[in-house]
Design a protein around this ligand. Structure first.
Ligand SMILES: CC(C)(COP(=O)(O)OP(=O)(O)OC[C@H]1O[C@@H](n2cnc3c(N)ncnc32)[C@H](O)[C@@H]1OP(=O)(O)O)[C@@H](O)C(=O)NCCC(=O)NCCS
Length: 178
């Protein structure tokens, strides 16, 4: 997990006389090489990694095509943050020519519950719309009731479809994704 600097967090920082200052704003941008390691740490902290997936490869693959990318949310101005700030959210987006898809949406547990998840998804939707995608959708595990509640709060509805899949044998050179 991305470390939250001491004295900062979801409720903002305290100044020298103990007044609570506004919490920093989120800035969502396309990921750079420097974001890969903290993003994998974030996904790990949020329980989104799976043994059969390689998150570093997932990041590299999503950044390698013109119709997919990785978005990260940075918080600037937090105590101890330097340069691009600290990474507190992320999402993978892709347009397959028919629909836009969201994957790996996550907010650092220390920064959840203050709108950063919504801001990250809104930025992802804007990126997909700019690609020409008419629709966005995602897959969520049935056991992840919190995520379902989050997406419903953002206006997402059950598409009443069954997701079917088949893994390509690695020997065929196909992607090993789950
Ligand atoms: C799901 C997740 C991204 C939400 O991030 P967050 O920053 O805490 O969410 P926000 O504060 O932006 O919440 C946005 C809205 O969703 C609502 N919401 C959030 N969690 C909710 C829940 N469990 N049930 C109902 N509504 C919920 C909020 O009340 C808020 O509503 P509002 O904007 O109308 O006030 C975050 O909890 C997370 O990273 N979870 C672990 C990873 C995960 O499961 N990702 C989804 C993979 S499919």
């Amino acid at each position: 997990m991305t470390p939250t600097p001491a004295g900062s967090g979801p409720s903002g920082t305290r100044d020298g006389v103990g007044l609570r200052l506004p919490a920093p704003a989120l800035r969502v941008v396309e990921a750079t090489d420097d974001d890969a390691a903290p993003l994998v740490a974030l996904w790990t902290a949020c329980g989104l990694t799976r043994p059969w997936n390689d998150p570093e490869r997932d990041i590299a693959d999503a950044r390698s095509t013109p119709t997919s990318t990785v978005l990260v949310g940075h918080v600037d101005g937090a105590a101890g943050a330097a340069g691009a700030g600290i990474l507190v959210s992320g999402a993978v987006v892709g347009y397959d020519g028919h629909r836009g898809w969201l994957y790996y949406v996550a907010v650092d547990p220390a920064w959840q519950g203050r709108g950063f998840g919504r801001e990250t998804v809104v930025a992802a939707e804007a990126w997909l719309a700019a690609q020409g995608a008419p629709k966005v959708q995602l897959m969520v595990r049935r056991t992840n009731a919190d995520a379902v509640g989050f997406y419903q709060a953002l206006g997402y509805t059950d598409q009443e479809t069954i997701v079917l899949g088949r893994r390509f044998p690695v020997a065929q050179g196909g992607p090993d994704v789950g």
